[in-house]
Design a protein around this ligand. Structure first.
Ligand code: NAP
Length: 249
């Protein structure tokens, strides 16, 4: 039997990068995977790929800025698969900029997706996890959730917030309600994330970390997530920090 047989996982931001790789890896480990993002065509294509490999996937459109969207994903998943066991709250954006450039709309958009989106996702699964007295919440923080980089202040603030929320969740819900919480903290991973940067100064500062062949691949992070969710029930893998070998900061 595969390690995640009879488990259902919801992945937000599954249309590219880490979310996509994680959905594939979870499906290959036997989970039924609900693949969600705003770009429905991409998650539909991913679901087809998972099905062709013999796995089970349900593609759903979901904008994590909308509480109702995430609630509907949980309701539909429960109806389709009977339960939800794992939430990978992965959706995020990184429109880095220098504060003095006052790209205020981008600051607010980052908070909306990276903090409020994670809160909406947690709020949507918690009633079910509390009822089940089980569940596993994976959040995507970052090295930027442990260290502040110039040009990354707002993004770092959101990733610090994700780490704080996740630690609070663990303290409140792991001992009493058997809900496990894992914070994933990647360094530079080659994905589409850099495409959200519009401030040329900020892009210049960060590009040296994202070198093909040296930076991490999305699959490297997916393996860490599969590790966390395949441990025995008494093991709560709280944090995994993964840098590319060459990355110093
Ligand atoms: N790449 C890195 O170096 C790195 C390092 C540390 C942490 N992380 C974190 O890892 C997570 C995944 O990032 P990635 O590197 O895989 O980037 P990515 O390839 O750009 O993927 C981001 C995903 O988030 C989704 N998304 C964005 N806004 C959304 C919204 N409003 N509602 C729902 N989904 C939304 C995107 O899908 P749609 O546009 O289709 O909605 C996409 O699937 C993020 O939280 C990021 O902060 C990445």
């Amino acid at each position: 039997m595969q390690p995640l047989s009879r488990k259902t996982a919801i992945v937000t931001g599954a249309s590219s990068g880490i979310g996509r790789a994680t959905a594939l890896a979870l499906a290959r480990a036997g989970a039924s995977v609900v693949v969600t993002a705003r770009r429905l065509d991409r998650v539909e294509a991913l679901a087809r790929q998972i099905a062709e490999e013999g796995g089970s996937a349900l593609p759903l459109r979901c904008d994590v800025r909308e509480a109702r969207d995430v609630e509907e994903v949980v309701e539909t998943s429960r109806k389709q698969f009977g339960s939800v066991d794992i939430l990978v709250a992965n959706a995020g954006i990184m429109p880095l900029s220098l504060l003095r450039n006052l790209r205020v709309a981008e600051w607010m958009a980052t908070v909306d997706v990276n903090v409020k989106g994670v809160l909406h996702s947690i709020a949507a699964v918690l009633p079910l996890f509390l009822e089940q007295k089980s569940g596993h919440i994976i959040t995507l923080s970052s090295v930027a959730g442990r260290k502040v980089f110039p040009g990354s202040a707002v993004y770092c603030a959101t990733k610090y917030a994700v780490r704080a929320l996740s630690e609070g969740l663990r303290m409140e819900l792991s001992p009493s309600d058997n809900i496990r919480v894992t914070i994933i903290e990647p360094g530079a991973v080659i994905t589409e994330l850099l495409e959200t940067i519009r401030d040329p100064e900020a892009l210049q500062g960060i590009q040296r970390y994202f070198q093909e062949g040296r930076a991490l691949q999305a699959e490297d992070i997916a393996r860490a997530i599969v590790y966390a969710v395949t441990q025995p029930p008494h093991v709560n893998v709280n944090e995994i920090l993964i840098r590319p070998t060459f990355q110093e900061l």
